[in-house]
Design a protein around this ligand. Structure first.
Ligand code: ADP
Ligand code: MG
Length: 725
């Protein structure tokens, strides 16, 4: 909405014709803008990824405009987007409310006024009294005073287009007319020969039989009699054909990546070479020493991983489990199996705090059993770093834990066999690839790859997993360890902040601890900081005599650690922080989580934060403080997120709703998946086509390898590379 007093927004010009500029006849049929090489428009094409002819041909219209008909003013209604042909009966420049060109057009059945706020002498010339013109725009107003603001126009006459005019998605600097011409050219030049063998088209699924070429020709230039609804909701057979092709490309490339991997070698971790002193394996002794029993889910998932590790094929497995489900111990058991076989294991976490937590936990479990652990992080002193590197290179360290520092060039493993990545969605494709290339020493000599275990607390909904992660085996921890009490979640308006502080006081009296999280403002880390600092001061004042700590991302690591350990030891009652605690902090005595400006957080982030409480026996709660700012109420999406949080504690349900709210593009984007996104197919509605593509992909790779390669190349070009991670 425009604020009161602002000038009225001018209606968006119809994109079929250039705005406020007369189009020549030639341009109308096929815009003939001659543009030198490396023009801004060409750069814009590059930006859209439209480099090859086939890319252009596959750039399908967002929608269509019907320029095949001339309407009669007498029949047109307020709000109609119409094309009218008539005679100019009046033309003048007026100055109120501001300078503008006003032209009256009469088509014999009625008249309307054309208004131009920006205009050139050429406008006036084309639109001079007596001219016959064709105009196109949105008709506004009642029968008496109808007008079009900034319609596109040109001299009347000439043939009407025979098909609907496509409107393509574009970017700044790339005029629709130029793009149309480029797409037409690409479509004419591209190799559109069939890649899907006919027997598959006819045998499987409800696919239309039209050829790719026909489908594309049709979608770029549909006949005017086609049902626009079928085009717009993409249910038309031509759309079905394109979506099927796209899904097939995706499935083929993933299956191919899987097969490439299956052809690679990894050390089979089935021996038990390392029996530190006693007869039992490290893994058995680790299990024996745990202060708890594994849940059934942990046992099942552990067995799935074991089975992979014993093979000569590199594992590529995602372990997903809700916050607090107990992924760490599963990772530790896998690491133990790896060391039992005489190999090294690396564990990489996205933040230093998280890596540190893993380190202390794993060290406490494994060092008493004789395992040497190396620690790698960016903030380490050079001397310490050198020591660690030596331990890793000599193979003395069986287990290496750290942050991104683990994948730095200088790090050389003697014999790495298993790489574990925690919170995998926080790492980019390149980083995952780097970790996999870390097999040096013995591994490199034999051309082997390490096994890869990725962990995440943000589960991937099934449809996405099937589609985007077909080259990934998934293990799911669908059970929480016993003794957890469910967390109650409350939405509280920020105006009632005092009541929340009262509640904190109550919890403190019961000896409990509290997290207070301040929002992350992406554009400005410093505002972020002011926020947290202010809240820290307020709480310190409101809760005298209580240790209130502050933790934020800009603090030196040593200071962060000091604060963390004061909180962990219970010396501090309240921890105010920015989202640095988002992942991995484990303080069972904390029973209340307050999230300030909860409306600014993403859903999975909120869920992760909430998972920091409810880890002990005490009843836990999460308070989502929201503020509507100056607005009367929260935005729709923010409301949907908070509602989901209040309604469920289940990470899988949260992920499902998150996908619903954000759509796959953003959902996956947050994971830096690197997977080429689907442009046309929609997993929510195209399940049947996905099933078809999944069934066809292996058959096609087996029987028509050449066609399969052409198909992948056509649809994904260079993007298929990403799938290797
Ligand atoms: P996450 O899956 O979020 O990484 P963690 O591995 O940090 O979860 O486990 C959360 C807490 O639960 C830790 O304190 C861990 O020691 C504990 N835990 C893990 N498995 C069990 C179990 N089977 N029984 C009881 N407690 C467990
Ligand atoms: Mg964890």
């Amino acid at each position: 909405m425009s604020p009161p007093g602002a000038p009225a927004l001018k209606p968006a010009p119809p994109e079929g014709m250039a705005e406020g500029r007369p189009l020549s006849k030639a341009q109308h049929a096929a815009p003939a803008a001659k543009v030198p090489a490396k023009s801004p428009a060409q750069k814009a094409l590059d930006k859209l990824g439209l480099r090859r002819d086939i890319d252009l041909a596959l750039h399908l219209p967002l929608r269509y405009e019907d320029e095949t008909r001339i309407a009669r003013l007498a029949d047109a209604r307020d709000g109609d987007l119409v094309q009218i042909e008539g005679q100019v009966t009046h033309s003048e420049i007026t100055f109120r409310p501001r300078r503008q060109l006003r032209v009256t057009l009469d088509d014999g059945t009625g008249s309307c006024v054309l208004r131009f706020l920006n205009f050139y002498p050429s406008h006036q010339k084309t639109l001079s009294v007596g001219s016959q013109v064709r105009v196109r725009g949105e008709l506004r107003g009642g029968f008496v005073a109808r007008e079009m603001v900034h319609p596109s126009f040109r001299l009347a006459g000439g043939e009407l287009p025979q098909s609907l005019s496509p409107v393509y998605s574009t970017v700044a600097g790339l005029p629709q007319a130029y793009l149309r011409k480029a797409v037409l050219g690409g479509l004419a030049r591209a190799d559109l020969s069939e890649t899907i063998p006919p027997e598959f088209l006819s045998q499987i699924g409800p696919l239309p039989l039209s050829s790719l070429r026909d489908a594309l020709q049709f979608l770029h230039h549909p006949r005017p009699d086609v049902a626009l609804a079928a085009l717009e909701d993409r249910s038309h057979p031509a759309w079905q054909r394109l979506k099927a092709e796209e899904l097939l490309a995706q499935q083929l490339s993933q299956l191919q990546a899987r097969r490439v991997r299956a052809a690679m070698r990894a050390p089979a971790l089935n021996g038990a070479l390392r029996r530190v002193g006693r007869q039992a394996t490290l893994q058995a002794r680790l299990l024996e020493g745990l202060p708890f029993r594994l849940t059934a889910a942990q046992q099942r998932v552990g067995a799935e991983i074991e089975a992979d590790l014993k093979k000569h094929i590199p594992m590529h497995r995602l372990l997903q489990g809700d916050v607090g489900a107990g992924k760490t111990v599963v990772a530790a058991l896998a690491a133990a199996r790896c060391m039992d076989a005489g190999w090294q294991c690396a564990l990489m976490a996205p933040t230093e705090i998280l890596a540190e937590q893993h380190f202390s936990k794993l060290v406490s479990w494994l060092e008493p059993l004789g395992v040497k652990t190396a620690w790698l992080t960016g903030s380490q002193k050079t001397k310490k770093r050198r020591e660690m590197l030596a331990l890793i290179e000599s193979g003395e360290a069986g287990l290496v834990i750290g942050t991104h520092a683990v994948i730095q060039d200088k790090v050389r493993f003697k014999k790495l066999a298993l790489a574990i990545i925690d919170e995998q969605h926080r790492f980019g494709v390149a980083q995952r690839l780097a970790l996999r290339s870390k097999m040096t020493g013995d591994g490199q000599d034999s051309g082997q790859e390490p096994h890869l275990l990725m962990m995440t607390a943000t589960p991937i909904p099934r449809t996405l997993a099937m589609s985007y992660y077909a080259d990934l085996d998934v293990s799911t921890l669908d059970e929480l360890p016993p003794g957890r009490t469910p967390i109650t979640t409350k939405l509280v308006n920020d105006a009632r902040r005092d009541e929340v502080i009262e509640r904190i006081r109550g919890q403190l009296l019961e000896g409990r601890q509290i997290y207070w999280v301040c929002p992350l403002i992406e554009e400005s880390e410093s505002i972020d900081l002011v926020n947290a600092t202010q809240t820290h001061e307020d709480l310190s004042r409101a809760l005298p005599g209580v240790g209130v700590g502050l933790l934020h991302s800009r603090m030196p690591v040593a200071e962060k650690k000091a604060v963390m350990s004061l909180f962990t030891e219970g010396v501090m009652g309240v921890l105010v922080s920015t989202t640095v605690i988002e992942v991995g902090v484990d303080v069972p005595n904390a029973s209340l989580m307050v999230i300030e400006h909860a409306e600014r957080f993403g859903l999975s982030q909120l869920h992760q934060l909430r998972g920091r409480v409810g880890r002990g026996a005490a009843a836990s709660a999460c308070v989502l403080l929201y503020s509507t700012g100056d607005a009367p109420r929260l935005g729709e999406l923010a409301r949907a997120r908070l509602k989901a949080m209040a309604e469920t504690n289940d990470g899988f349900e949260i992920a499902r709703r998150d996908l619903e709210i954000r759509g796959p593009g953003e959902f996956l984007g947050a994971r830096q998946s690197g997977a080429p996104l689907l442009r046309f197919a929609d997993l929510a509605t195209d399940a049947e086509l996905l099933a078809w593509a999944r069934e066809l992909a292996p058959l096609m790779l087996d029987r028509h390898a050449g066609l399969a390669q052409r198909h992948i190349q056509r649809w994904l070009g260079g993007k298929a590379e990403f799938l290797k991670a």
